[in-house]
Design a protein around this ligand. Structure first.
Ligand SMILES: Nc1ncnc2c1ncn2[C@@H]1O[C@H](COP(=O)(O)OP(=O)(O)OP(=O)(O)O)[C@@H](O)[C@H]1O
Length: 266
């Protein structure tokens, strides 16, 4: 059976607190994340993007609704099954400062009980894929922000996940580094045909990297619109000159503008 999609139906989530009124983070979210595609989620601050990611990763249990991981046998019939292998790259790098680059990248494999030789070989390959060969023995404190984030990316890739989650992966980086890493990520994603779910505040980043963009409303987050990004691949940064890029930007910004305003007044 092959992993085909994540399907979310009527998902809502409310955070309860003993000391504060409850916060409804998500309300009646329904959407599909197809396998082998990049889906970007954009939405105003606080609309529940990270909460959605935590629910998809099984780290938070939704108050209502369903998340189903769908598998097919090629006949067109889909059946729900267990979550496939997943990895997440976080904005805040989350590197262990006392471990070298290669040991940081290999950490997940070590926890999974993979032998030293195998995890070192796999980690070296992932480090090469993010163009950090030669830095295996460096420590996080010796790296720039962009290099740290590439280590984070390698740590996600090394696990050969079926689904790679990227939560604002480049948010903490300067504009040029961000652009460079977006290009690198685009190449990596195209080469691996992975299922990627990207959370971002950047409309350009969403259009550049994704096959589909889900635009969310202000909190409590709902799906405002789901758009297909019909731009050729492989994509280089010059895809921004394509007329359709500007049209997608205007459409998404048009949807977001009022929502961002509402989020500011929330
Ligand atoms: N553990 C929690 N307890 C209570 N409220 C929470 C908790 N986690 C998140 N929230 C609230 O739920 C709402 C959604 O938060 P979430 O972090 O999912 O939004 P987001 O869209 O990822 O935000 P941002 O874009 O700013 O990262 C926010 O109002 C937030 O304050």
């Amino acid at each position: 059976m092959q992993f085909e999609a994540i399907s979310i139906e009527g998902l809502s989530h409310r955070f309860l607190s003993r000391t504060r009124p409850p916060t409804t983070a998500l309300t009646d979210v329904s959407c599909v994340f197809p396998a082998g595609k990049v889906t970007a989620i954009v939405g105003p601050s606080g609309c529940g993007k990270s909460t959605l990611l935590l629910i998809l990763r099984g780290l938070v249990e939704a108050s209502a609704g369903k998340v189903r991981f769908l598998y097919g046998d090629g006949s067109g019939q889909l059946t729900a099954g267990d979550a496939p292998r997943m990895a997440t790259v976080w904005q805040s790098f989350n590197l262990l400062p006392w471990r070298s680059v290669i040991d940081n990248v290999a950490f997940g494999l070590e926890l999974a009980g993979v032998s030293l030789a195998e995890r070192q070989a796999k980690a070296a390959e992932a480090i090469k894929a993010v163009e950090l060969a030669g830095f295996e023995k460096h420590y996080p404190g010796q790296l720039s922000g962009g290099m740290k984030q590439r280590v984070g990316l390698a740590r996600g890739l090394v696990q050969s996940p079926d689904i790679l989650f990227l939560d604002e992966p480049f948010g903490a980086l300067d504009a040029q580094t961000r652009l460079y890493l977006q290009e690198q990520l685009s190449t990596l994603v195209e080469a691996s045909a992975k299922t990627v779910i990207l959370i971002t505040h950047s409309i350009e980043e969403a259009i550049f990297l994704a096959d589909h963009v889900i635009v969310m409303t202000a909190r409590p987050g709902r799906v405002a619109r789901s758009l297909d990004i019909d731009l050729p691949r492989p994509r280089g940064i010059d895809v921004q000159n394509d007329k359709r890029f500007g049209e997608y930007f205007s459409e998404i910004y048009g949807l977001l503008r009022d929502e961002v305003r509402k989020a500011m007044l929330n």
